[in-house]
Design a protein around this ligand. Structure first.
Ligand SMILES: Cc1cc2nc3c(=O)[nH]c(=O)nc-3n(C[C@H](O)[C@H](O)[C@H](O)COP(=O)(O)OP(=O)(O)OC[C@H]3O[C@@H](n4cnc5c(N)ncnc54)[C@H](O)[C@@H]3O)c2cc1C
Length: 344
């Protein structure tokens, strides 16, 4: 039986571990669970529409179908409710945008994803929210129960790589899968990939009246949490990549909210994370160009909830059954330009 070491128990590590376990492959996951991760603070939304130009998100039909199937399976396995189907309402900011929306409504390819405009907002279907905090908590508990988790920092210098296997702290594995999220830029084997990490912050506000019971998108997302509490998500920042909360982000989110809803608000929570984004906005999946038992599953960026279920299945089929990875997600696409440059 094959045996893999997985570094990281965020969304990537969880999905890869689950896909391998489903195939009867033995896994050990290593994660220093008290360090911050992208998944722990992710808002968890999935939405098949890219609002800027009103296009379907890349592979939306396949990804949305697979995410439902996968997370529902995890719900049964873990005995928790993770997915909440919830309608999104997109603000229609101009007449041109309204015309485009109506054109899309008449297009068969969009019909299951969008509905008519009403009171200045267009409806989006097949959207929802995954409870990421609960996913991590319950999956980590499941790993611990089954003695599949090492709760400690992975030390790269302690990994010994041979032609057919790797050894980490006297244990031998067929390979390692690095699912380190935004920490991957420090990985000595994969740091050459063009990562483009992006900091994000959200706040929760308490208001003096109810303003919406669906997710509203207008520059930011406004997510109802009940009891007149709303999550305002999220900011995008590429220069300051610290995990520190900023008043700039809180001000920006609050200003966007107050442009739509007039009411008294008080900030009651704020969180920050770093999204593991890829320069070309496609996942970084595959094997090291020279050391073929070192693998990576990363680059989920802003769309991890949609991407991880589908591509972890493709990746597990590649690792275990030798299937071919799609060119668009295979890190092989970057070898010529980035790997050779730093090794010449
Ligand atoms: C504010 C914010 C909002 C977001 N909202 C959404 C959203 O609504 N929808 C969506 O699809 N996506 C969203 N995202 C993006 C989403 O969070 C990511 O796509 C996804 O969670 C990435 O998962 P990951 O497992 O690759 O990385 P991570 O979740 O960061 O996991 C990496 C794991 O690796 C571990 N690790 C790394 N190095 C080591 C080491 N040396 N030793 C031990 N452990 C190690 C870390 O502890 C961590 O647990 C959001 C992100 C942010 C920051």
């Amino acid at each position: 039986m094959k045996r893999f070491l997985i570094v990281g128990a965020g969304l990537s590590g969880i999905c890869v571990a689950e896909r391998l376990l489903q195939r009867g492959v033995s896994v050990k996951v290593i994660d220093q669970v008290d360090q911050p991760s992208s998944t722990a603070v992710a808002t968890g939304m999935y939405n098949p529409i890219v609002f800027k130009r009103l296009n379907k998100s890349w592979m939306a039909d396949e990804l949305v179908a697979e995410l439902r199937h996968f997370y529902r399976g995890l719900e049964s396995k873990l005995g928790v409710q993770l997915l909440q189907d919830i309608e999104f309402k997109r603000c229609i900011p101009s007449q041109d945008y309204a015309v485009l929306w109506i054109q899309r409504l008449e297009d068969q390819a969009f019909q299951k994803f969008i509905g008519p405009i009403s009171n200045g907002f267009g409806s989006v279907f097949e959207s929802g929210i995954l409870d990421c905090e609960l996913l991590v908590k319950s999956y980590v508990a499941h790993l611990v129960e089954n003695d599949l988790l090492l709760n400690e920092a992975f030390i790269h210098d302690d990994l010994k790589v041979s032609t057919n296997h790797v050894t980490y702290k006297s244990q031998t594995y067929d390979g390692v899968v690095f699912c380190e999220g935004p920490y991957a830029s420090k990985n000595p084997h994969f740091h050459w990939l063009p990562f483009k990490p992006c900091k994000g912050e959200w706040i929760i506000v308490q208001t003096d009246r109810a303003v919406t019971d669906v997710v509203v998108n207008d520059q930011i997302n406004i997510i109802p949490l009940g009891d007149n509490k709303y999550k305002l998500s999220s900011t995008y920042e590429w220069d300051d990549l610290t995990w520190n909360k900023t008043s700039k982000a809180a001000d920006e989110l609050l200003a966007a909210f107050e442009r739509i809803f007039k009411c008294n608000t008080k900030i009651i929570d704020q969180q920050v994370g770093i999204r593991p984004s890829a320069a070309d906005r496609r996942p970084y999946i595959g094997s090291h160009p020279r050391q073929r038992n070192l693998h990576i599953f990363n680059g989920l960026g802003t769309k991890g909830i949609m991407l991880a279920p589908y591509f972890s299945e493709e990746f597990a089929a590649y690792l275990v059954e030798g299937k071919t990875l799609k060119d668009e997600i295979n890190i092989a696409r970057h070898i010529k330009r980035y790997y050779q440059e730093i090794n010449s």
